[in-house]
Write a protein that binds this ligand. Sequence first.
Ligand code: ATP
Ligand code: MG
Length: 356
Amino acid sequence: MDANIVLLPGDGIGPEIIEQGQLVLEAVAKRFGHSFQFTSCPMGGNAIDSHGTPLPDETLAACRKADAILLGAVGGPKWDDPNAKTRPEAGLLSLRKELQLFANLRPIKPYKQLIDASPLKREIIEGTDILFLRELTGGIYFGDSGVKPHASGEEAYSMMVYNTEEVARIVRLAAKAAQLRSGRVTSVDKANVLEVSRLWRRVAAQVMADEFPDIQYDVVLVDAMAMHLISRPRDFDVVVTGNMFGDILTDEGSMLPGSLGMLPSASLGEAGPGLYEPIHGSAPDIASQGIANPLATILAAAMALHHSLGLTEEAAAIDAAVEAVLDAGHRTADIAAGGKCLSTEQMGAAVLAVLG
Ligand code: ATP
Ligand code: MG
């Protein structure tokens, strides 16, 4: 297959980890007889420096034409001035909006080889395999908001708004994902209090009953879910929720595996390219030292093959290679627990050696 992959290395450790992601994709192309075309574009802080904007028009145009987009990370102290006209993160928000990437997928699957890196007990997390779907372009982050004078000082509001279509499309995606997994969907809301959650719950139930009668479906309140996630994470398969609840729950969930350096994510729309990235940030504290863990980015590349290119066998080969290097005891500093560690390049090379 021919595929056009846009690389957005970004800032901080971004370029270091994207380099390893690209090498892995090249190795997969060679092994399975594909031809991947790579285009690297400025985005984030580096793009502010070179183009005066975090998302240059050329970058957006290249992304629109891509089959998949692999992003490192954006931002850093250099661009943190609160009075700045624009910020690196604004580029990412615009890109998601322009490409209508409404679903954020985050697998939470602690590696058995790294279970001691988790703050939770082995018997609680062992066997956990959750796929979170967070709605990304609606909800309270995008509803009407404002501040007005009030007798006590000021009053502010942020509205949580969802419509039928927004709920239906993400629930549909969750159900389709569940068909390829254990066949269970849990929808998380706050329907005992919020009107918007009651709509969410009605629409979700309807979509599941009409279109996915074979998928096991249940609902959990967000406050209870926050507890279940660390008391019985093994009981969940696909979890679908709105923008803010998903933001909070996925950060909580990211602690199960213990290290940010192992977690990929995908942002998908109805059509067009998906955006794939590690969940961690640009890690300015370790940038340019060659010690960042490239595995989250390599796993994000595998998600790109799976979700945007439909190359499931190739994606599985990358996942298996990551398992194999962990089995062999290879660790970067963030997952080493004091043991011997590899550099970013050495870890990438270990994965390449398995891929052959
Ligand atoms: P952002 O605001 O961009 O999300 P952040 O301040 O939340 O950034 P990260 O950049 O994700 O944080 O980094 C948090 C901590 O995790 C830092 O100490 C960083 O060095 C470490 N870290 C993040 N990613 C990696 C990685 N791939 N390998 C090793 N350590 C990492
Ligand atoms: Mg952060």
